[in-house]
Design a protein around this ligand. Structure first.
Ligand SMILES: C[S@@+](CC[C@H](N)C(=O)[O-])C[C@H]1O[C@@H](n2cnc3c(N)ncnc32)[C@H](O)[C@@H]1O
Length: 274
């Protein structure tokens, strides 16, 4: 298909296309999407996953940054799946700038083979921007999949793990061999599934919680007392906030779960710290 379109994939946009129909079927099956579901696909590229998603009976809204690829998609769908054309929409746009009001419907599922360099920012942006998004299955670089799904205490636990956990649970679903892509990337891939939790983790302000997480992991080898001293205003203040939150000031960020980070943020927003 790529040769037919005279496409020259660019590394900058993470353009590695899945050409294996079994992999497409597997992703669609694992995503659980079907008749009547509303799917958001980021980076449809040449449309192999798009066609698989449409084949399930789902409505698909695709967001593609590359106009050369995006402008071809309606014709590809009309030719390969004419019965599904009415269930397909494409926006030629940066997914990192997508806003709820750009979309005519409210997607419930994110299913995507993501551009690897922006995979985590895209997922976090869409979860923040689209409250209707309840389920996700995304293909990312294996190391990123490990970071997204890691729990406290693990070597790969970090900012992506905690921020994703703010929205709900994430898990590494399956590895994907590099041979299914064209061009073949020099990294391995994996599928990550995530769900939005029915109840928020905490009523703390998300931006405040994320600020604590960023500060704690910016110096992950340091104790929380030291790592949070600038965020709090001083080491003494950091220690008092941590104690009020019931968190040991000598602990490190990598030992805390998302609820602990939320308690720390809450604690700073309450007297005597405000
Ligand atoms: C890994 S390829 C996946 C292509 C296709 N879904 C597949 O599986 O064959 C990533 C796609 O995301 C697009 N892309 C890159 N950055 C993007 C962004 N910020 N917003 C939307 N699409 C983007 C690329 O142009 C490319 O088509």
């Amino acid at each position: 298909m790529a040769a037919e379109l005279d496409v020259r994939p660019t590394k900058k946009l993470g353009q590695n296309f899945v050409h294996d129909p079994n992999t497409v079927r597997r992703i669609v099956d694992l995503s659980g999407v079907g008749q009547g579901d509303h799917v958001l696909e980021v980076g449809p590229g040449l449309g192999s996953l798009t066609l698989g998603l449409l084949d399930s009976g789902a409505h698909v809204t695709a967001v593609e940054i590359d106009p050369v690829l995006g402008e071809r998609l309606p014709a590809t769908v009309a030719e390969r799946a004419p019965e599904a054309a009415a269930r397909f929409t494409v926006h030629i746009q940066d997914a990192l700038k997508l806003a709820a009001e750009d979309l005519a419907d409210q997607p419930t599922h994110l299913v995507a083979n993501l551009p690897y360099n922006v995979a985590v920012p895209v997922v976090l942006h869409l979860l923040a921007e689209l409250p209707s998004l309840a389920h996700g299955l995304v293909m990312v670089q294996t190391e990123v999949a490990d970071r997204m799904a890691a729990g406290p205490g693990s070597r790969t636990y970090g900012v992506p793990s905690v921020k994703l956990a703010w929205y709900g649970p994430a898990r590494k679903v399956a590895p994907v061999p590099r041979a299914v892509f064209w061009p073949v990337p020099n990294v391995d891939s994996a599928l990550v599934g995530f769900e939005r939790a029915a109840e928020p983790v905490s009523d703390a302000d998300r931006d405040e919680v994320f600020a604590v997480v960023d500060a704690a992991f910016a110096q992950r080898r340091k104790t929380l007392r030291a790592a949070l001293s600038s965020w709090a205003g001083s080491g003494e203040k950091a220690e008092a906030i941590l104690r009020a939150a019931g968190v040991d000031p000598r602990a490190r960020g990598e030992q805390l779960g998302v609820r602990d980070f939320a308690k720390i943020a809450r604690s700073k927003s309450l007297p005597p710290f405000v």
